[in-house]
Design a protein around this ligand. Structure first.
Ligand code: ZN
Ligand code: ZN
Length: 250
């Protein structure tokens, strides 16, 4: 629409887009910085954070209390300024367009890992849910948007049928009680805040039974949210759960 174009032109004039890493005018991420985007080449044990290739737990001791099976992280929240700025602007300043750049990061890491873990070729994506009130406030569920764009990119890859059997997504989790923003709380408080607040939409029971699921979220720190979602998904029969996140904080 012409009006949209005029609106965008005006917005660009008043609030020019600048690269969130180097400040260069033109786009949210300039080509130069995008090329330098540092993906993690090695993953770590989600619990003790000892390095390993695909984010599995070291052993049963490390696994204790966790319901998911592995965690794949794209980049370091603390070391990568670009990913930090992208996520902050996306999540807290509601720059919805950034979901495309961020989903591209998820896609890169997903496709890379899929070469080594055959189950990725028929994975089911599940976005981490947010509460209705937060949805109204932000206008979108960031994890759901990332999941949708990730799926869009994958399915539009001309090589899709050679690389993947089938990938799909089910928005099958619901966050019920209003919980205080998790980022502001300590681990013990986070657990209390979340307990019982994630529910499964039983309409999807047959879709996830015995399946390999990939839970999508923006940032994981203690993995409390991913764990709480995994607990519910395992109760309803999920076989394997891999968390896929943009970044992990300290
Ligand atoms: Zn730049
Ligand atoms: Zn460990």
């Amino acid at each position: 629409m012409i009006f949209d174009e005029i609106k965008n032109w005006l917005l660009d004039l008043l609030f020019p887009k600048r690269c969130l890493a180097c400040g260069e005018y033109g786009n949210f991420v300039c080509g130069e910085c995008l090329r330098k985007f540092s993906f993690l080449e090695e993953q770590e044990c989600p619990n003790c954070r000892k390095k390993n290739r695909f984010g599995f737990f070291c052993n049963e001791k490390c696994r204790k209390g966790f319901y998911f099976d592995q965690l794949i992280v794209c980049s370091s929240y603390n070391k990568n300024i670009l990913i930090r700025n992208l996520i902050t602007n996306f999540k807290y300043k509601f720059v919805k367009e950034l979901s495309f750049v961020l989903a591209e990061a998820l896609r890169t890491q997903f496709v890379y890992t899929s070469q080594f873990i055959p189950e990725f070729s028929k994975a089911i994506f599940v976005p981490v849910p947010i509460h209705k009130k937060r949805l109204l406030y932000r206008g979108f569920n960031q994890s759901k948007l990332l999941t949708e764009n990730l799926l869009f990119y994958l399915k539009n890859d001309p090589d899709f049928e050679n690389k993947f059997e089938n990938v799909e997504s089910f928005d099958c989790l619901i966050r019920e009680e209003y919980s205080i923003g998790q980022a502001k709380l300590h681990r013990a408080e986070r657990l209390k805040n979340l307990k019982g607040s994630i529910k499964f939409d039983q309409e999807f029971s047959n879709k996830i039974k015995n399946k390999f699921l990939i839970l999508i979220d923006d940032v994981a720190t203690t993995c409390t949210t991913i764990n709480e979602c995994s607990k519910v998904l395992k109760q309803f029969g999920a076989r394997h759960i891999c968390g896929l996140v943009l970044a992990r904080g300290q």
